[in-house]
Design a protein around this ligand. Structure first.
Ligand code: 9MR
Ligand code: 9MR
Length: 740
C-alpha cells in the first residue's frame, strides 16, 4: 500500500465515506480479507481470464476489457471469506481507474443461491479514492466471495485496487474451534491382542479414574490414568488410559472420564483387515485411462475412463511436451491420479508404486503372503493368479515406463517429471470432463532415478509371474540409470506449479543411492554398490528424501546384499525405529513423528505412516513386541486419538475426514457427488497455513491442530497416492501382525 499512483505522484488518499454503519456491537475489528495491501504477492486474489491483473506499486491493477455483457463478466476477487449469520460487515478499499467508471463491490456466496451480504456501486475516478460500505450477512458460510465487478464496459480501462479490508464477525480468526470430548480414542477399533489406550485432555496433576463401557452402557473395566503431561505439539495437558487387558470383542465400547465420554469404538479380532483392503482399494478408484466400474468400485465411485481421449477430455494418448521443450509426444495413458488434482507425477508415483510392491515383498518375506493374495481386492485383475497388490502397482508402473524419453531423442532414457493440465481445473472436475490441454514437462534426474528404483523392484517382483514384464521393467531401469549418470543434475523447478504440483528437488544424491540399491538387488552388478551411500536417519523419508529407502531395501532383501551391509542396515533401522518409538511414547498422542522444530508439514500424516513403517520393519527384524505395539498404536493417532479428536481416514470413525480436497469426490460442493472412498487418508495438520482456508480459519493453531476438514484446504486436507501408499503399507502390516 504505497500511496503512489501509477504515474509516480505521491499523495494522501481522501477518505470518502459512502455509507456509515452503526458501530458493531462487538469491539473487535476482525479482518476477513487476506493480503488486502498487495505488498508483495497477488495470491489469494484472482481475476477473470479476460481481466489480466498484476501487482503495480503495491496495488493490484487489472486490465478490464470492453464489450462484455454482464457486470460479472470481468471480476477481481477473493474466495473463502468466512461470514457469520446476523453480523454486519464493513468493506473498505481504495480504487482508481484510467477513466471514470462505476465499480460493483459484491460480497456473496459464489454459487447458488448467491446469498448476498453486500452489493454496492462505487464511482471510481482517475484519482484514488477510499470507499466504505456495510452489509449484514444472513448466512454462516466459510466460502463467501468478495468481488469487484466491472463487466459491460464500452471502453477498456485499467482498474487499480489497494487497501482492501473487510471487517466484522464475532469469531476471532482461528477461534471458535471445538474438538469435542476430551477423551480421545481410536474411533474405529482396537485389536483384541493389541495395545488399547486413550488420550484424555485433563488438567489434573494426579491420575483420574476411567471407565470402559460396553454397548449396553455397562462398565466392564475401570482404572486410573497415567499423567503424561503437557503435549508440546498441541498444548494439551494429557492423561493416558490403558485398557489393553480387555480382550472381549465387541462394538460400541466407550471410555468415560468424569462426565466426558469418547466416541464409540470396537474391539475386534482383526479390525485392520478391512482397513487394509480399503486403503489398497483406494488405488483402483484413482486409476486414469480406464472406466471405474461399479462392479468393483460400487455405484457411487463408478465413472467413465478419465483422459482417455473422448471429448471433451483431450486424452493422455498423445501428449506433447510443453511448447519448446521437445518435438515428440507420448502415449502416457493409465497410472493413478496424484491427488485432488489429476496430474500424474513420476517422482511420488514411483514411491507409491514402490511402497505397494514393498508391502508385497514384506508379506512374502514374513510368510504372510496369504494376506496380500490374488482375490483380496475388488479390482478387474482379482482372478488372474497374481497378488492384487502387484496388479494394482502395475497399473502405475506401466504409466511410469511410458514417461521415459524414447531412444534417439535428446535426453533418451531420462524420464519426464510429470504430465498435467495447463491450468488448475475447477472443483469439481471429473477426469473425463477435463477439457484442458495436458503437457509433458521436461525430464528430471529425480524422476529418472525413481523410475530406475521402482523399475528394478518391478523386475524382481514380476519375475515369477510375468517374465516379459519383468524384463521390460529392468531394461527401463537400467536405461534410466545410465541416463541419470549422464545427466546427474537436471532439476525440476519449484516455479513449475501452475496447473499441477512442482515436486521440485535439487538434491538427488539420495535418489542415486536408492536407485543403486534397488538395481543391485535386481542384478547383483557390483558397479552399483559404490553408489549406495545413504543411510536411514531420524529424518525418515518422503518423496523428496529417498536416502533412507536404501537401508529399508537392504533390510527387506537380506539374501541379496553382502552380509556386512545387512548387519549395518539392520542396526541403523533399529536405532531409528527406537527413536520413533520414543517420540511416539513421549507425546500425549501416539504420533511417531515428532518434528525437531515443532512444525507440522504439508502431508504430515504421511510422515506418521512412513515412520510407522520403519517401526514395523524393526518388528519384522526382531519380532520384539514393543515395535508391534508402537506400530499399531500409531494407527490410533491417524484414526482419532489426536489433538483434533478426528479420524483422518474416510469411513473410519464417527468424526472422520470426508471433505478432502478432490475434484472427483467433491461432495462438499456438489451433494450429488460422493465423499472420498473409505480408506482415503487426509494430508493432516500443516502448521505453515499454506492455503487461504487454513489462513482464514486456523490462525494461531497449535501445530498438531492445524487441520480443517474442508475441501478447499488443500494444504491440510488433500489426498495423495504417496500418502495412501504409506498408510496402506502400515494397514497391511497391522492386519498381518494382528492375525498372529
Ligand atoms: O485446487 C487449487 C486451485 O484451485 C488453486 O488455484 C491452486 C493454487 O495454488 O491450488 C489448488 O491446487 C492444489 C491442487 O488441487 C492439487 N494439490 C495442491 C495444489 C496447490 O498446490
Ligand atoms: O506432497 C507435496 C508436499 O510435500 C509439498 O509440500 C506440496 C507443495 O509443494 O505439494 C505436495 O504435493 C502435491 C502436488 O504438488 C500436487 N498434487 C497434490 C499433492 C498433494 O498435495
Amino acid at each position: 500500500m504505497f500511496h503512489k499512483t501509477r504515474w509516480g505522484a505521491v499523495f494522501l488518499a481522501p477518505v470518502l465515506t459512502v455509507a456509515l454503519a452503526a458501530t458493531p456491537a462487538h469491539a473487535a475489528d476482525y479482518e476477513r480479507v487476506l493480503n488486502g495491501t498487495f505488498d508483495s504477492v497477488k495470491a489469494p486474489w484472482w481475476s477473470s481470464a479476460n481481466t489480466p491483473s498484476t501487482l503495480d506499486l503495491g496495488r493490484l491493477c487489472a486490465d478490464v476489457p470492453a464489450g462484455t455483457v454482464n457486470v460479472w463478466d470481468s471480476m477481481i476477487g477473493q474466495n473463502d471469506i468466512p461470514l457469520e449469520a446476523g453480523r454486519p460487515y464493513t468493506l473498505r478499499f481504495t480504487a482508481s481507474a484510467t477513466r471514470d467508471v462505476s465499480l460493483h463491490a459484491v460480497l456473496q456466496l459464489p454459487t447458488a443461491p448467491f446469498t448476498t451480504t453486500l452489493n454496492k456501486t462505487a464511482a471510481v475516478t482517475t484519482t484514488p479514492k477510499a470507499f466504505q460500505f456495510t452489509g449484514t450477512s444472513t448466512t454462516a458460510n466459510l466460502h463467501a466471495q468478495l468481488s469487484f465487478q466491472q463487466g459491460g464496459a464500452a471502453q477498456p480501462f485499467t482498474l487499480c485496487l489497494d487497501d482492501v479490508s473487510l471487517t466484522g464477525g464475532a469469531i476471532p480468526p482461528g477461534g471458535g474451534r471445538d474438538f469435542g470430548s476430551p477423551v480421545r480414542t481410536n474411533q474405529y477399533g482396537y485389536a483384541i491382542h493389541g495395545p488399547k489406550k486413550a488420550s484424555i485432555v485433563d488438567a489434573s496433576a494426579g491420575p483420574v479414574e476411567w471407565r470402559l463401557r460396553d454397548s449396553s452402557g455397562a462398565v466392564v473395566k475401570t482404572g486410573r490414568t497415567h499423567v503424561q503431561g503437557t503435549d508440546a505439539a498441541s498444548g494439551d495437558h494429557v492423561h493416558i488410559a490403558d485398557f489393553s487387558s480387555v480382550h472381549r470383542a465387541g462394538t460400541g465400547y466407550t471410555l468415560a472420564v468424569g462426565t466426558a465420554t469418547s466416541y464409540p469404538f470396537a474391539i475386534a479380532d482383526n479390525p485392520y483387515t478391512a482397513l487394509s483392503k480399503d486403503t489398497l482399494g483406494y488405488f483402483y478408484d484413482v486409476r486414469s485411462g480406464t472406466p471405474i466400474e461399479a462392479t468393483y468400485a460400487g455405484d457411487a465411485y463408478a465413472r467413465p475412463a478419465g483422459h482417455a481421449g473422448v471429448a471433451p477430455d483431450k486424452g493422455d494418448t498423445d501428449v506433447p511436451c510443453l511448447p519448446g521443450t521437445c518435438d515428440y509426444s507420448l502415449d502416457v495413458q493409465g497410472g493413478w491420479y496424484d491427488a485432488g488434482d489429476q496430474g500424474k507425477y513420476v517422482v511420488n508415483g514411483a514411491l507409491a508404486a514402490w511402497q505397494l510392491m514393498d508391502s508385497y515383498e514384506r508379506s512374502r518375506g514374513q510368510g504372510d503372503a496369504a494376506g496380500l493374495r490374488d482375490g483380496l481386492l475388488s479390482i478387474p485383475e482379482n482372478h488372474n493368479g497374481v497378488p492384487d497388490v502387484l496388479d494394482e502397482s502395475r497399473w502405475e508402473m506401466a504409466f511410469l515406463l511410458s514417461m521415459q524419453v524414447p531412444a534417439g531423442e535428446p535426453l533418451a532414457g531420462m524420464v519426464h517429471h510429470k504430465v498435467h493440465d495447463l491450468a488448475w481445473s475447477a472443483l469439481p472436475t471429473q477426469p473425463d470432463q477435463d477439457s484442458q490441454p495436458r503437457y509433458l514437462h521436461p525430464p528430471s534426474t529425480a524422476a529418472t532415478l525413481n523410475l530406475a528404483a521402482a523399475g528394478a523392484q518391478c523386475a524382481r517382483v514380476w519375475a515369477r509371474y510375468d517374465s516379459a514384464f519383468a524384463h521390460t521393467c529392468l531394461t527401463a531401469a537400467e536405461t534410466a540409470w545410465k541416463a541419470a549418470l549422464a545427466h546427474p543434475d537436471v532439476y525440476a523447478p519449484s516455479s513449475d506449479s501452475v496447473g499441477g504440483g512442482a515436486y521440485a528437488d535439487t538434491e538427488v544424491s539420495d535418489e542415486f543411492s536408492w536407485a543403486a540399491t534397488e538395481l543391485y538387488a535386481a542384478t547383483h552388478e557390483r558397479a552399483y554398490l559404490s553408489h549406495i551411500d545413504t543411510r536411514i536417519t531420524s529424518a525418515g523419508f518422503s518423496w523428496r528424501d529417498t536416502g533412507a529407502l536404501a537401508d529399508l531395501t537392504v533390510v527387506r532383501l537380506p539374501s541379496r546384499f553382502p552380509a556386512h551391509m545387512v548387519v549395518a542396515a539392520r542396526k541403523r533401522v533399529l536405532a531409528v525405529a527406537d527413536g520413533f518409538v520414543r517420540d511416539e511414547r513421549s507425546q500425549g498422542y501416539p504420533n511417531p513423528d515428532l518434528p525437531t522444530d515443532g512444525a507440522y508439514v504439508w502431508g504430515s500424516n504421511s510422515i506418521t505412516a512412513n515412520n510407522s513403517m520403519v517401526i514395523a520393519t524393526a518388528y519384522d527384524i526382531t519380532h520384539r513386541s514393543n515395535y508391534r505395539s508402537a506400530a499399531l498404536e500409531s494407527l490410533d493417532y491417524l484414526l482419532g486419538r489426536n489433538a483434533l479428536n478426528q479420524s483422518f481416514v474416510t469411513g473410519y470413525g464417527t468424526q472422520a475426514s470426508h471433505n478432502q480436497h478432490n475434484r472427483i469426490w467433491a461432495h462438499q460442493i456438489d451433494p450429488k457427488l460422493p465423499s472420498p472412498p473409505p480408506g482415503s487418508l487426509a494430508g493432516g495438520p500443516d502448521s505453515a497455513l499454506q492455503d487461504p482456508v487454513a489462513q482464514q480459519n486456523l490462525v494461531g493453531c497449535a501445530p498438531a491442530t492445524c487441520y480443517i476438514d474442508d475441501i478447499y484446504s488443500y494444504s491440510t486436507n488433500e489426498v495423495a497416492i504417496n500418502w495412501n501408499s504409506a498408510f496402506a503399507w502400515v494397514a497391511a502390516f497391522a492386519a498381518a501382525a494382528s492375525a498372529r
